[in-house]
Design a protein around this ligand. Structure first.
Ligand SMILES: NC(=O)c1ccc[n+]([C@@H]2O[C@H](COP(=O)([O-])OP(=O)(O)OC[C@H]3O[C@@H](n4cnc5c(N)ncnc54)[C@H](OP(=O)(O)O)[C@@H]3O)[C@@H](O)[C@H]2O)c1
Length: 233
């Protein structure tokens, strides 16, 4: 496998850190974008380059891409992992929570794809992997956050758009749609999948690893990994 230069957002902890670990084990170079680059350095030392990316700071998407190119060269993979969960529906949560969800889960990936797209196209084998959710595939019931569901469905739409944006240049995009993953995000959410039945971050990182290995001919638009039995996903 030809090693890649992979950009991973939110790589200091949770699923993002597992993806970074797996990319390093696979021999890829990794540029991590995080709100606190010092936390990335504490976790990975000099094995990765650490840059500031804060979805609440619009300019930080372009500056992370530019810094990556300057320090390590042009990236040929972007993993949009950073995301948040806040409870928002017609009776719960505030408008600010909804704005935060759109900013981190949708506008952050949008800006990063925009900024990285010229490099991903130029590589002839670019990859965009968006970490969506089973909530991107359906509205399960009123126990879930409608705000989260809406943003993950938007991220799924964006994944399909990027496939069209880069197809002729060998760019392939995938939305991974996992059920519950055992990270801090769902540690205190009532009604989530019991701990013993959750995915481990490494399980999802394994899928990312596969997607970064597959050739351009193997286009995988979506991968659903459910922890529950549901009729269509
Ligand atoms: N856990 C689940 O059950 C589950 C299931 C399906 C999909 N997902 C998705 O998986 C992805 C990773 O989530 P996780 O489970 O690893 O959650 P997590 O442990 O809560 O980690 C969230 C990550 O997002 C980053 N982040 C939050 N706000 C940010 C901002 N404004 N700008 C940049 N980065 C920001 C965090 O960085 P800081 O360290 O700076 O806070 C952290 O790295 C998310 O997209 C999530 O929606 C999770």
């Amino acid at each position: 496998m030809t090693p890649r230069l992979v950009m991973v957002s939110g790589g200091a902890r949770g699923l993002g850190a597992a993806i970074v670990r797996r990319c390093l084990a696979d021999g890829h170079a990794v540029s991590v974008g995080a709100r606190d680059p010092a936390a990335v350095r504490a976790a990975f030392g000099k094995a990765v380059t650490a840059h500031r990316f804060d979805a609440d700071d619009p300019g930080s998407a372009q500056s992370w891409v530019d810094a990556t190119v300057a320090q390590s060269g042009a990236p040929d993979a972007l993993i949009n992992n950073a995301g948040i969960l806040r409870m928002v529906d017609f009776t719960r949560g505030e408008e600010d929570d909804l704005d935060a969800l759109w900013n981190v889960n949708v506008k952050g990936p949008f800006r990063l794809i925009r900024a990285a797209l010229p490099h991903l196209r130029a590589s002839g084998r670019g990859r965009v992997v968006n970490i969506a959710s089973t909530d991107a595939k359906r509205y399960r019931d009123s126990s879930v956050s409608l705000g989260y569901v809406m943003t993950k469905q938007a991220l799924l739409a964006m994944t399909h758009a990027v496939r069209f944006a880069g197809w002729d240049d060998g760019l392939r995009g995938t939305a991974i749609c996992p059920g519950a993953i055992d990270t801090e995000m769902i540690a205190n959410i009532p009604g989530v999948t019991p701990k013993a039945q959750r995915l481990q971050p490494e399980d999802v990182a394994e899928i990312v690893s596969l997607l970064l290995r597959l050739p351009n001919q193997a286009s995988v638009p979506e991968i659903v990994v459910n922890t529950r039995l549901e009729s269509t996903i």
